[in-house]
Design a protein around this ligand. Structure first.
Ligand code: FRU
Length: 468
């Protein structure tokens, strides 16, 4: 599907036309993973928000379903009122799939409206999502949330044995997460608990897309502030979160609005929008679309207490052919591993035997352009460089990688037509979009200058289509 569009990712979810941003409503329901997205089918630009919908047996192969939520006035694209980001829960009484989301009203067209309230829709067939007739279920922000009030995320609180909802907000000086609770079996009545946690202003003054959940013996908070996706790891007592560690969810330019869910196997999973407001340029608009959702990632607490992620195991089922495998390989100068723009590249580097100061992996490469991924040994820095990577954003982004205890650095790189996701063994993720100018820009090379880089193994696996 869509193979004629040379920049359309093949093994990632993209809209059939138009624009997507945040993933939403992630849940495994009736044995299938559910993925909704902020969606404007009318144009490859943000606009009146619909929710697109796809489902999957394995969280990597997606089946497109009809639009789940429509804006109140889809015939008037100038009125940007719509259904903003939200979350999903199983209604245990009826087996229904319930969505709880921000109902946004454009006050240019509706001057007396409260711009952001929380609403609900429920589906028994997983296709049609009739709105609750009593909407909104939360009529507006509690006092002290002038910056906004959006992106409700439901979670089960095992400390108080009750359903809770976090909503993003903020004021002039700090981002905040507002906490609500419900004892209503239909999850339609909510009462305000208080501020779960707030920032000091350094991570933004309006926190979007909060997610809050237990992981191992810790609690994890996600939020986006000033277009940067943060995590905090800490503790929770039923009303307040105390942070112990803060970091970036992804160190690349194109990751925002990350959403968490737990699957039936108990894995903590996440999908991030492979885009962001300031960085992503979407030259794919000439082909009628903009926006990509990431591969499904599994979350874990890193050795240093931070939050790590890696591709879920099911990514291996996307393989469309056998891998090219190089065993132990010493690279001096440049070698070509293969040629593909829809593939997975997995490397392990023996740092103890490597004497080159740095090595670079070139992706989407031809004589005209390339993306560079450089690891500098002395300062353990991994840098993604899109300066010569065609249309779109140009820049460099760096992350410091933890020293691997066995001195073996592992990299798992997903390459998909106009995106790259890099996962390092320590749990670091770096995500970037790039739009090659030429279809032949597909070479995958390793460059080691000033010494040798010693690989224990290099494998390149072609990956196929996500669509089922
Ligand atoms: C985050 C966000 C959310 C909002 C949605 C609107 O990217 O701004 O806060 O619900 O996008 O599309």
């Amino acid at each position: 599907l869509y193979a004629a569009d040379s920049v359309r990712p093949q093994f990632h979810y993209t809209p059939y036309q138009g624009w997507i941003n945040d993933p939403a409503g992630l849940i495994e329901w009736n044995g299938r993973h559910q993925l909704f997205s902020q969606f404007n089918p009318v144009a490859p630009y943000w606009g009146p928000m619909h929710w697109s919908h796809a489902d999957s047996p394995d969280a990597v192969h997606w089946h497109e379903l009809p639009v789940a939520l429509f804006p109140p006035d889809p015939q008037n694209p100038a009125d940007t009122s719509g259904r903003y980001t939200g979350s999903a829960v199983l209604d245990k009484n009826t087996g229904a799939l319930q969505l709880i989301f921000t109902d946004f009203t454009d006050t240019t067209f509706h001057p007396n409206a409260v711009p952001e309230v929380v609403s609900s829709a429920k589906s028994t067939d997983g296709i049609n999502f009739p709105l609750y007739s009593g909407n909104p279920i939360i009529a507006g922000p509690p006092a002290g949330s002038p910056s906004g009030f959006r992106d409700p995320k439901i979670f089960w609180d095992p400390i108080e044995n009750s359903w809770k909802l976090v909503v993003g907000s903020g004021d002039a000086t700090s981002g905040k997460v507002q906490l609500f609770t419900s004892s209503d079996p239909n999850l339609l009545q909510w009462s305000y608990v208080g501020v779960l946690t707030e920032g000091d202003g350094s991570t933004g003054t309006m926190w979007e897309c909060p997610n809050f959940f237990p992981l191992d013996d810790k609690w994890v908070l996600f939020y986006g502030g000033d277009s940067v996706g943060w995590y905090e790891v800490g503790s929770y007592n039923g009303t307040k979160f105390t942070s112990e560690k803060i970091g970036l969810l992804d160190q690349g330019p194109d990751s925002y609005a990350t959403q968490w869910y737990v699957d039936s196997a108990g894995r903590n999973l996440a999908i991030t929008w492979m885009g962001n407001w300031p960085t992503s340029k979407w030259p794919s608009r000439v082909n009628g679309w903009a926006g990509v959702q990431s591969i499904t990632r599994e979350l874990f607490i890193r050795d240093d207490g931070g939050l790590g992620s890696k591709p879920i195991d099911e990514v291996s089922t996307l393989a469309s052919g056998s891998a090219t495998v190089l065993g132990a390989t010493n690279v001096h100068g440049t070698i070509t591993v293969g040629s593909s723009n829809t593939a997975r590249l997995q490397l392990s580097v023996d740092l103890a035997s490597t004497d080159a100061p740095a090595f670079t992996i070139l992706l989407y490469s031809s004589s005209a352009e390339h993306l560079g991924l450089t690891y500098t040994v002395a300062n353990r820095t991994l840098t993604v460089d899109t300066t010569n990577a065609g249309y779109g954003q140009a820049g460099t982004w760096s992350a410091v990688i933890a020293a691997p205890s066995n001195n073996v650095l592992t990299l798992d790189v997903l390459i998909d037509r106009s995106s790259v996701e890099v996962f390092v063994g320590d749990g670091t993720a770096m995500t970037a979009t790039l739009f090659p100018r030429y279809q032949e820009s597909q070479d995958i090379k390793i460059v080691s200058n000033g010494g040798k880089t010693v690989f224990q193994s290099v494998s390149l696996t072609p990956l196929g289509s996500t669509w089922i």
